[in-house]
Structure formats: structure tokens, C-alpha cells
Design a protein around this ligand. Structure first.
Ligand code: ZN
Length: 482
């Protein structure tokens, strides 16, 4: 029977006993309470006497007040605030509104409204209703973008230390042609942001979906406020190749303390620093600062070859003798997953940086299979390929099923195919593929715009930025293509 005596059986008796106990001890309790009140008043007065009037400066954010010290007579109005409790009740609502505001700034008004409506504070604060009304109002003004006019810009690894990249050694010419410096990249971002560009994913433009006519590549709707223009960004060869060591580039990608992808770089004194040393963390920081630059959390497409591994880890089979080989493969895979989790799209750039349009069929197949075995196994499934040298597997006509290279890539899971094209935009949507031309925003292209002067027909970048305003003064000129 004893086992059955649970808390509900026990309570009534216990409560009666507690009542008697309480009455019996009442005088003592009153004395203790009075003593506590007296003691706290005493402490408060003591505190004021010794520490001066503005004792808890944490309630004031004005640094001048706390620096000028206790004696300043001008601080008397703040006396009242000192003992006011911070507005704890409003803090969660403030942060809720801030979260929703951030989501809405990235044009995801539906989700912002949903976050507010499903919150426990919904209905308890007028500001929540006002925010919802505001997002509904903005939503009704959005315009669908023309998917066939989405431009796509691309970069290589960014030059961080220009004095090392442009130091006159044998690699200088290549860097000067195809690389962009960190400062140039930041200026490009500012210009594009000012012009209303908004970063979108390839998968925001169109997606393979089931339709009445079967499964096919289907246009999607990108809704943006008037004056905003969607664009796609990609970065090729994010492998931190061996030849780039000591030339002013990041050395590898890592997961930062905040859980976001960031970079490591070897410094002159031999130390390794972590920071925004390449496009991924730099763009991430930029979007944190300018959430209206990214549509629904979009980030860039990051493409890998395989012959020296990915992300600065020597993960190719040819490095399997390295004592850290297995660890490097695991770390590279974890960093790739971290990138996916943070909105980055990952892509193939072929295994051996080959011209997939013209190499022999056998070599074509071998390269595709090698990428599939060595890189896809690390980064997970992807349906995007960015052709090395921009060399497509077909001409401008839509891919046909008798194009065996297209079919081979399609069977490996690719549905998005990007070549290089200097025109403002080139988008082709077929039954089961999307093709897009990409524009190189590098030293050579900028120099071409600069030497074109006022000849608008030869200037290719003015819709994005003025090359003269961006081109680094540290670059050797002229920038020639040989
Ligand atoms: Zn490349």
C-alpha cells in the first residue's frame, strides 16, 4: 500500500501541518523581513555615500558620463534612471521584431509575418501588428523579375596582400589577369548594392519540378521591390592551389567560432590567422551588414576542381600518403557542409580544370568520373557545373539529347550549366536544364573597360560599376591577355 501513496495523497496533511508551523513561527518571520528591509536600505545609502551618484553606469550607454566620473554635477537627471529596472518584459519582443525585420530585409515577407504570428507575444503588443501590416503592404508592391535577364558575375580567389601577388614573379601576370583584389571586390559590392542588385541562387531562378507535362526545369518567381535587380555570383577554383602559397592569398577555409565558414592565412611571421581573407567570409560579413543584398538568405556558388583537393585541404587521391590525409578529407567535408548550411551553393569545376567541350571523349568521361569519386563524395550532391575556361559542351543552341557530353553530365546529376559570356545576361531554360553565361569581373576585364574610354560599345561593366573607380592602383599595367 505504501507504494501507492503518491504526492497527491500526501499533500492535504502536509499543508495543514505547514499552516500550523507557519502560525507558530510568524513573529520570527516578521522580524527577519523587517531586518532584511532595514539592511537593504542601509546598504543602498552606504553605496550612494561611497560610490557617488552614478553608481551603476551600465544603465547609461553614454561613455562620456562614465568617464567624467562621480563628481559631475550635470548628471543629476539620471538619478531617477539609476534605480529603474531595465525593461525586461519588452526585451523578447524587441528581439522578435528585430529578427522579423532582418528576415523582411531579405525580402522574405511571408516568413517574417509567420515568425510574428506564431510567436507567443502575438496579440500582446501593438508593434507586432504594425510590423505585420507594414510587411503586408510592402509585399503587395513587389514585382516579379524577368528570369531571362538575371546577370551572373564570377571571381577567382581574392588577392588579400597585393604586394605579394603583384611582386613581379612568374605568377604575377596570371593573377593580374584573372584575379580580383579584396579592396576591388568590396568596391564592386558597394556599387552593385547602390544600384539595387540583390544576390539570388541559381535555384531561385528555376528548378526541376513535377508539372502537368512531366518533370521539367520550371521557372520560378523572384519577387522584389521596384528598382531591385537579381543577380547570381560564383567563385571558381576555391582550392587554394599549391602555386599560390606565399602570394598573398588565404591558405584554406575553416569553420569559424561563430559556426560560419571563414579563412586561414599564413602570415609573414609564420603565424596562421583566421579572418575574412577571401570571398566567402567577406561576402558573409557584407550581407550581415546589408541584409537587403541577399534574397531569402542566398549566398554565392562556390566551385571546386579536384586535382589538388578542395578548400585548401589536399584531399585528392594523389595525397593519400600524407599523414593527415584522412583528417583533411573529414575536415574538408565538414567545412563544405557548413557552407551548405549557411546558404552557399557548391559546384563542379571539373576535376582537372579541363576544357570539357573539346577534350577526347575518353578523357572527358574519366575527368567527370574522377570529380564524382573524389569531390562529390566530400561535398555532397550538387547539380551545378561551372565550365573551366567557360568552355561549354554545346553551342548557343539548346542542348539536345543527342549531345552525349550533355547527357553524360545530366546522368551524373547536373542540371545547371554555366559558361562564360561577357554580355549582360544570357539565360537559357530547356526541358531539363538551365544554362547561364557568367561575366568575369577580373583585372583583365576591368582594364579592357578602362582602355575603352568613352567608347560605350566596348565597355562591359558600367551596369555594375565603373572600372576606373574600382581597379587597384597597385596592379601592373597594361593588363595583357596572352
Ligand atoms: Zn577555373
Amino acid at each position: 500500500m505504501n507504494q501507492r501513496i503518491n504526492r497527491s495523497h500526501y499533500r492535504p496533511g502536509s499543508s495543514k501541518r505547514r499552516q500550523q508551523y507557519f502560525l507558530h513561527r510568524l513573529p520570527l518571520i516578521i522580524i527577519i523581513v523587517l531586518l532584511l528591509v532595514f539592511l537593504s536600505v542601509f546598504c543602498w545609502m552606504l553605496g550612494r555615500h561611497f560610490l557617488g551618484k552614478d553608481t551603476p553606469p551600465t544603465l547609461h550607454s553614454d561613455p562620456q558620463t562614465s568617464e567624467t566620473g562621480a563628481s559631475g554635477p550635470a548628471e543629476s537627471p539620471s538619478d531617477i534612471e539609476i534605480f529603474t529596472e531595465p525593461d525586461i518584459a519588452n526585451a523578447p519582443i524587441d528581439s522578435l521584431l528585430e529578427d522579423a525585420g532582418r528576415i523582411a530585409a531579405g525580402y522574405d515577407y511571408d516568413r517574417a509575418i509567420q515568425v510574428l504570428q506564431t510567436s507567443e507575444y502575438y496579440g500582446s503588443d501593438q508593434r507586432i501588428d504594425e510590423a505585420i501590416a507594414e510587411y503586408e503592404a510592402v509585399k503587395s508592391t513587389l514585382k516579379p523579375c524577368d528570369i531571362s535577364q538575371v546577370t551572373h558575375v564570377f571571381f577567382h580567389t581574392l588577392v588579400i596582400d597585393e604586394s605579394k601577388a603583384f611582386d613581379g614573379d612568374a605568377d604575377e601576370k596570371g593573377y593580374n589577369q584573372v584575379m580580383t583584389t579584396k579592396d576591388e571586390f568590396l568596391k564592386i559590392l558597394d556599387s552593385m548594392h547602390d544600384k539595387g542588385y540583390v544576390l539570388v541562387r541559381l535555384h531561385d531562378m528555376a528548378e526541376i519540378a513535377a508539372t502537368e507535362d512531366g518533370t521539367k526545369m520550371t521557372r520560378k518567381s523572384i519577387l522584389l521591390p521596384e528598382g531591385k535587380k537579381p543577380f547570381v555570383m560564383s567563385q571558381d577554383d576555391v582550392c587554394y592551389y599549391e602555386y599560390m602559397e606565399g602570394d598573398g592569398f588565404a591558405t584554406r577555409m575553416v569553420i569559424g567560432e561563430d559556426g560560419k565558414p571563414t579563412c586561414e592565412m599564413k602570415m609573414d611571421d609564420g603565424t596562421v590567422q583566421t579572418g575574412a581573407f577571401d570571398l566567402v567570409p567577406i561576402l558573409e560579413d557584407y550581407i550581415q551588414e546589408h541584409p537587403d543584398f541577399s534574397y531569402k538568405g542566398a549566398r554565392a556558388v562556390i566551385a571546386f576542381t579536384g586535382y589538388q583537393g578542395i578548400l585548401g585541404y589536399r584531399t585528392a587521391a594523389s595525397y593519400s600518403d600524407s599523414p593527415t590525409y584522412e583528417q583533411d578529407r573529414q575536415t574538408a567535408a565538414a567545412v563544405a557542409q557548413c557552407m551548405r548550411d549557411n546558404g552557399w551553393e557548391l559546384a563542379s569545376h571539373s576535376w582537372g580544370h579541363r576544357d570539357l567541350g573539346t577534350i577526347d571523349w575518353d578523357k572527358f568521361k574519366a575527368d567527370c568520373d574522377k570529380w564524382d569519386n573524389e569531390v562529390r563524395t566530400l561535398i555532397g550532391p550538387t547539380d551545378i557545373i561551372l565550365f573551366p575556361f567557360g568552355a561549354d559542351v554545346g553551342d548557343w543552341h539548346p542542348y539536345q539529347n543527342d549531345n552525349e557530353r550533355f547527357r553524360y553530365l545530366k546522368n551524373l546529376g547536373f542540371s545547371y550549366f554555366c559558361n562564360v559570356d561577357s554580355s549582360q545576361y544570357w539565360v537559357q531554360i530547356g526541358t531539363d536544364f538551365l544554362r547561364q553565361g557568367r561575366r568575369n569581373l577580373d583585372g583583365y576585364r576591368m582594364w579592357m573597360d578602362i582602355v575603352a574610354g568613352d567608347d560605350a560599345s566596348k565597355r562591359k561593366l558600367d551596369d555594375l560599376f565603373r572600372a576606373e573607380d574600382v581597379f587597384s592602383p597597385n596592379r601592373p599595367t597594361p593588363v595583357v591577355w596572352e
